[in-house]
Design a protein around this ligand. Structure first.
Ligand code: B12
Ligand code: SF4
Length: 462
């Protein structure tokens, strides 16, 4: 069995395809031949697709990470470009089974199956489902029992088998990412970081969030030893700046502390950043983060108003944010507030509360985003339907945003003016996006490393 995996994510700066690198490692360990066709690093995409077809794979897998930018003010719909790629593959390999997967795909599997004309899809984690699908296809067996699989029945109707998430024992045995399957050095030098995970899943249920839908609602923790062994394998190849792509790095708290202590014990020359919650980010945690090479703490707080935090389903309140800010400052850790305006119930007063808190608690940077992308299956989706604000039949594949109707028409002007009058505040109305901006590649190639606020600061002076 020979599988061709396609990385269809061409956004710059390039992000190493961590999901595909785990898939490739898992499949190779099961003696399956795998080749990654990486469209992110190629300029002549038709030539890569020709090469793929000439190799006559038995199965083609396309990874769909992003369908859109998820930012109302910097709206970009990436899916049509990916569908074109799938169409081109279909033309070149009309008889080869084609399977889709990835975080973006998992958010709208049926719609994307319809539009793409693919044969199968995998929702959520892909390693075991893709392996089982490959084995069954090569033995001409029925594929309908494969967990997490989207497939058509004999009447042509789409089905999704209940997703099966990994358990900790299985995850612990998962081989390290297959760094040889792509040009990892290019990713590191042009994208500025290597990617790792310390866990999969998120057990919290914030109103708008898709992560539990993609990764599962329970935490599956990797052991600190396993995580730092993989980190060391990167360091041995000269990759020393990391991003932990967890839902939230410091939840559960004890696990995060144990990971930091393991990095400290091995005295690795690493720097890293990761999304964090203010909950439990006290002096002990901040001290441990600093000693383990943390290079910045992006706090995904969404609001500083107690009322809005409750409406968003957050498990922390303003006092936790204030405590986390103080703990980071004490340890000399840079930190940011990521604020998301416009959830149901947001008024000018609650928005002003957040703006005042930014001035009072003075993060290194604050990122202000307006409008919330609505995804099917989230608590926000259900709430808007039950309040009669959203038609339940809307497919929501094309980006659709909610902005509280209680906000005044000049809200956006207020946010823009606030951001422009403070050099540490960036708003979606006037800032570049550091993760979808090709200009930033030049910075990384010069050896610059750091969290997004340092990238933006550097851009404004260079
Ligand atoms: C960490 C993260 C980031 C970090 C990445 C840092 C890094 N070094 O990698 C940062 C902050 C930079 C980032 C940026 C962006 N991100 Co982001 N990110 C994530 C996050 C939280 C985790 C992704 C991850 O690494 N997962 C770990 C790996 C192991 O899992 P995986 O990639 O999903 O792969 C598994 C499965 O999907 C599956 N699979 C994958 N491919 C395939 C292929 C086949 C054939 C099969 C069968 C299975 C399969 O198997 C894999 C292994 O189990 C997800 C949300 C989430 N929880 O998934 C959002 C997410 C992917 N991001 C999203 C977006 C929108 C973006 C941005 C466009 C935001 C922006 N406007 O700037 C940019 C895009 C940057 C880029 N170049 O692509 C969206 C995408 C959905 C959408 N609407 O399009 C998500 C889902 C979050 C959301 N809003 O819901 N992101
Ligand atoms: S916003 Fe963060 S903490 Fe809340 S559900 Fe999503 S990943 Fe979990």
């Amino acid at each position: 069995m020979k599988i061709a995996l396609v990385n269809a994510n061409t956004i710059q700066p390039p992000l190493s395809p961590i999901g595909l690198l785990y898939l490739a490692a898992h499949l190779k360990a099961k003696s399956i031949t795998v080749e990654i066709f990486d469209l992110c690093l190629e300029t002549d995409i038709p030539a890569v697709l020709d090469r793929l077809a000439q190799g006559r794979p038995d199965l083609i897998g396309v990874s769909i990470r992003n369908i859109d930018s998820t930012q109302m003010k910097l709206d970009h719909y990436f899916l049509p470009g990916t569908l074109e790629i799938i169409k081109s593959l279909r033309l070149r390999c009309p008889r080869t089974p084609l399977v889709l997967g990835g975080a973006g795909f998992s958010l709208a599997p049926f719609d994307i199956m319809e539009l793409s004309g693919a044969d199968y899809g995998v929702v959520g984690e892909g390693e075991r489902a893709l392996h089982e699908l490959a084995v069954r296809l090569s033995g001409n067996q029925d594929v309908s029992p494969v967990a997490s699989l989207v497939y058509r029945d004999t009447q042509g109707r789409w089905h999704l088998n209940p997703p099966r998430n990994s358990d900790e024992r299985w995850l612990e045995e998962l081989p390290f990412q297959d760094l040889e399957a792509v040009n990892y050095r290019h990713y590191y030098e042009s994208g500025g970081m290597a990617s790792l995970q310390t866990k999969r899943g998120c057990a919290l249920g914030c109103a708008y969030c898709t992560y539990p839908l993609i990764e599962g609602r329970s935490y599956r923790l990797l052991s600190p030893r396993r995580i730092v062994d993989e980190m060391e394998a990167f360091v041995d190849r000269g990759f020393t700046y990391f991003h932990f792509s967890d839902s939230v790095f410091n939840v559960p708290r004890e696990h995060a502390l144990a990971v930091c202590r393991q990095i400290i014990a091995r005295a690795l020359p690493v720097k890293w950043h990761a999304y964090m919650s203010p909950r439990g980010l006290d002096d002990e945690m901040a001290e441990c983060l600093a000693a383990a090479g943390n290079d910045g703490v992006p706090l995904g707080i969404d609001s500083c108003s107690a009322r809005m935090l409750q409406a968003l389903g957050k498990d922390f309140g303003p006092p936790d944010i204030e405590r986390a800010a103080a703990a980071c400052r004490k340890q000399g850790l840079e930190f940011s507030f990521n604020i998301l305006f416009g959830a149901p119930g947001e008024t000018m007063n609650t928005a002003e509360e957040s703006l005042r808190a930014i001035d009072d608690w003075r993060p290194t940077a604050a990122f202000l985003t307006q409008g919330i992308r609505i995804y099917r299956g989230t608590p926000l989706h259900q709430r808007l339907i039950s309040e009669g604000k959203l038609d339940a039949s809307m497919r929501l594949l094309e980006p659709h945003y909610y902005l509280s109707e209680e906000l005044p028409p000049d809200f956006s002007d207020r946010i823009r003016a606030y951001a422009l009058s403070r050099d540490f505040v960036y708003s979606d109305a006037n800032a570049k996006s550091p993760s979808t901006n090709a200009e930033i590649v030049k910075l990384y190639r010069r050896g610059f490393r750091g969290p997004c606020w340092r990238v933006l600061r550097e851009l404004s002076v260079s």
